[in-house]
Design a protein. Structure first.
Length: 139
C-alpha cells in the first residue's frame, strides 16, 4: 500500500506538441522525481478532466490551453502509487511556457519525438506511445 492510501488516485495530464516537438520538464520533489514529464496533477473535487488539465498547465508552466483532445486513459501502478491517469493533447498556440513551480520542475525544454530524454515519467511514456500508435486504453 502506498503512502497515499489504498485506493487509486486520479491524475490528469496534458501533452503539448509544437512543430513536431514535445514540451517536457524534469520532475522534482515528488513521486517520479528526476523523470521527464508534462503538465499534470490530481483531479480536484468537482473539477472536469479538461478543467484539471488546463489548471495544471497554467499552474506549472504558465500556459493557457485552449483546444484539447482526449489522448488516452491508463491504469498505472508505479512509484509506489496507483493512478487512473487521463491524458490530453493540448494546443498552447504562440505562448512561451515557463516553469511556475520551481519546487516541482526544472529544465523545461522542447524535445523531438524521435530524441526523447530519459527516463520519462510513466504517464508521459504511455501518452507518447498513445500519440504515436493511436492506442487510447492502457489497462
Amino acid at each position: 500500500m502506498s503512502s497515499e492510501g489504498s485506493r487509486p488516485l486520479v491524475g490528469v495530464g496534458v501533452i503539448i506538441i509544437r512543430d513536431g516537438k514535445i514540451l517536457l520538464a524534469e520532475r522534482k520533489g515528488s513521486h517520479g522525481e528526476n523523470t521527464w514529464a508534462s503538465a499534470g496533477g490530481h483531479l480536484e473535487f468537482g473539477e472536469t478532466l479538461e478543467e484539471c488539465a488546463r489548471r495544471e498547465a497554467l499552474e506549472e508552466f504558465g500556459i493557457h490551453i485552449q483546444r484539447m483532445t482526449f489522448l488516452c486513459v491508463s491504469n498505472i501502478v508505479a512509484y509506489d502509487r496507483h493512478y487512473i491517469d487521463i491524458e490530453f493533447l493540448g494546443d498552447l498556440s504562440i505562448q512561451i511556457p515557463k516553469i511556475q513551480e520551481q519546487d516541482s520542475f526544472a529544465n523545461l525544454q522542447w524535445f523531438s519525438l524521435s530524441e526523447l530524454p530519459s527516463p520519462l515519467f510513466e504517464p508521459v511514456r504511455i501518452a507518447i506511445d498513445s500519440l504515436l500508435t493511436g492506442q487510447s486504453y492502457y489497462p
